[in-house]
Design a protein around this ligand. Structure first.
Ligand code: SF4
Length: 236
């Protein structure tokens, strides 16, 4: 396993694993209990948006998953301008403060209360913590007779010229677009070979409720728990 990139909202790594296993983990991301605002009671809405649209937008605001289920969330705004996610009050932390909810004109008001609930992404996408995707990692093999001009045909810019030789930098970026092999073939040369490896490049992107490493760990834990219960049921 090799870490390629780690940010607060994204993690990328290579791993030798079967795509079947990774696909099960990917599907289990939507089985992790995640917080979102539910059951909105709107007492005042002078904004141009319908109550249903406000409720939908508020539900999709990512809330840090450390918040307790059942927490009350309030919003009472009377101002000219944009109402943002940071205007929500309660014992919660929004992942991003500047998510627009709606726009108010002079003397217009928006007021509601909501309840924080935990549920799964399979129930509604507002309970989904993020995305995971993966693809094969390839080895790029360069022949000594490979034409040097080929480096300008790589859209990922990973083919470089060093001391008169073509080298490959960050080969995990190769997505098998075949632009280089096509160029060589058109020029009558077999200069580059793209070989699939046993590794997969995995990317996990968080919507903000929890960090991407936690998403990966929780998805594995939830999958393991379900498999163990399934196994117990089979033994009965
Ligand atoms: S297959 Fe595409 S991405 Fe990979 S080295 Fe060739 S041109 Fe670059």
């Amino acid at each position: 396993m090799e870490l390629i990139e780690k940010k607060s909202e994204k993690i990328q790594f290579t791993i030798e694993a079967s795509s079947t296993l990774l696909n099960s983990i990917r599907r289990y991301i939507n089985q992790i209990p995640v917080s979102a605002i539910d059951e909105l009671e709107i007492s005042k809405n002078d904004s141009p948006l319908y109550d249903e649209t406000i409720a939908h937008r508020v539900g999709l605001i990512p809330i840090k998953n450390s918040a307790k289920e059942g927490e009350k969330v309030k919003l009472e705004v009377k101002k000219e301008g944009i109402v943002y996610s940071e205007d929500l009050k309660g014992n919660i932390e929004v992942a991003y403060k500047k998510i627009p909810i709606t726009l108010l004109d002079k003397n217009q008001e928006l007021a509601f209360t909501g309840i924080l609930k935990k549920n799964k992404g399979t129930k509604h996408s507002k309970f989904s913590p993020g995305l995971m995707f993966y693809r094969d990692v390839f080895e790029v093999k360069i022949d000594k007779n490979c034409p040097k001009e080929v480096i300008s045909f790589c859209p990922k810019n990973i083919l470089k010229l060093k001391d008169g030789k073509i080298i490959v930098e960050e080969d995990f970026k190769c997505d098998f677009c075949e632009s280089c092999t096509d160029y060589c073939k058109k020029n009558g040369k077999e200069g580059i070979e793209i070989i699939p490896t046993k590794n997969l490049l995995v990317t996990i992107e968080s919507f903000g409720q929890m960090n991407p490493s936690e998403i990966f760990q929780k998805a594995i834990e939830t999958l393991k728990k379900d498999l163990s219960e399934f196994s117990k049921t089979l033994k009965k």
